[in-house]
Design a binder for this molecule. Structure first.
Ligand code: ADE
Length: 357
């Protein structure tokens, strides 16, 4: 499997060979290296922790694809960021013993960007497009016949002499990822054979992720230390892996290097991450709604402006976990704090709120 970029490196694109001429699109190819992030990434489905329903579906599809010697269906993965959509796509490529090319919708600005990538693929290879809800209309329309019939519809000539050409493409698989499935157009969504939501990870699954990562990186950690890190990772392996590294640094500097319950708690406190895994932005968001807007409802744009954040970031990054844990609620008139949210931040639940729940 070759990875040309990963999800922490959104500068994409490929060096292409069109009509015998090599063309470098936007940025250089990023060679697969055994760097830190790639080291801790699972390579096989059985190493991939969590998302059991999705893994079962994938196992069958992978096996069927191998038995039939046919490319696997196009897939769409959606859900909050950091749950392993890119990782899973790489695992699928690995299981199928094929290559994956990773890009993201904002890098596919011009028609030639997507055309170049499609033409560079070989039979059975995988094209991964992150943030697929952000594709522009032209690029999206190029993808329709490419996904459905493995053709590119091209035009040549001008005015009266214009001709349409159907250029055959290799039988590739598109894996799209998005944090906003609802923002995808119907025609694009309909062209995916497998559509699956990635769920937040349980504390037990995250404990396994933390333990696995610590083992690969040769950090000394005990079960209780791993549980503390897991419980503060907002259901998200990307955060868990980040915290393992930060806590390991702390353990080396402030202790004997071993990550125990106490060391993990102290390290996370020093990082301003509370018992529930909320960071300062989460808390600022909730305190704002309580203190300035009487617990809500208040519009997302107002919250974003008051926090100096982008509304999209609040919606895509911060809110999903707060909603899932029931600390905030979405109403037609905006966001409001739930009784759990008040209690979590140490506020008294207002009596009006209490009677509503
Ligand atoms: N690292 C990040 N996500 C992971 C997962 N789901 N399983 C194992 N390791 C991971």
């Amino acid at each position: 499997m070759a990875i040309f970029s990963d999800d922490d490196d959104k500068q994409k694109s490929l060096s292409l060979n069109i009509n015998g001429k090599s063309e470098n699109l936007e940025t250089k190819e990023i060679a697969f290296d055994k760097s830190f992030e790639n080291n801790i990434r699972p390579q096989k489905l059985e190493e991939y922790i969590g998302q059991s329903a999705l893994k079962s579906t994938l196992k069958i599809s992978i096996e069927a694809s191998k038995k039939r010697n046919k490319q696997i269906d196009h897939m769409l993965f959606y859900g909050p960021p950091g749950l392993g959509k890119t990782t899973l796509a790489s695992v699928i490529a690995n299981e199928l013993d094929t290559k994956i090319k990773i890009t993201s919708a904002p890098a596919l600005e011009r028609p030639r960007d997507i055309i170049g990538i499609l033409m560079s693929l070989k039979n059975g290879e995988i094209l991964f497009i992150d943030e697929i809800h952000r594709l522009n209309k032209v690029t999206e329309e190029i993808l329709y016949p490419a996904m459905e019939d493995f053709f590119l519809d091209m035009t040549t000539g001008k005015a009266q002499t214009v001709k349409t050409l159907r250029v055959p493409l290799p039988k590739f698989t598109l894996i799209g990822a998005t944090t906003k499935a609802g923002a995808l157009s119907g025609p694009l969504r309909d062209r995916f054979g497998i559509i699956h939501k990635l769920e937040f990870y349980t504390k037990e699954e995250l404990t396994q992720v933390v333990t696995r990562t610590a083992k690969i990186l040769e950090f000394d950690i005990d079960e209780e230390g791993a549980k503390i890190i897991a419980s503060r990772s907002r259901g998200t392996p990307r955060i868990a892996n980040r915290l393992v590294k930060r806590v390991a640094d702390y353990a080396i500097v402030k202790s004997n290097g071993k990550i125990t319950k106490q060391v993990a708690s102290d390290a996370l406190q020093a990082l301003h991450i509370d018992d529930s895994g909320l960071d300062s932005t989460d808390r600022a968001l909730m305190s704002l709604i309580i203190e300035k807007y009487d617990g809500g409802p208040v519009g997302i744009e107002t919250i974003a402006a008051a926090l100096g954040e982008d509304a999209k970031t609040i919606e895509d990054v911060y809110e999903p976990y707060l909603l899932q844990e029931g600390y905030i609620q979405r109403t037609p008139r905006g966001r409001k704090i739930s009784p759990q949210g008040y209690r979590l931040l140490g506020y008294k639940v207002p009596s009006v709120q209490q009677s509503l729940f």
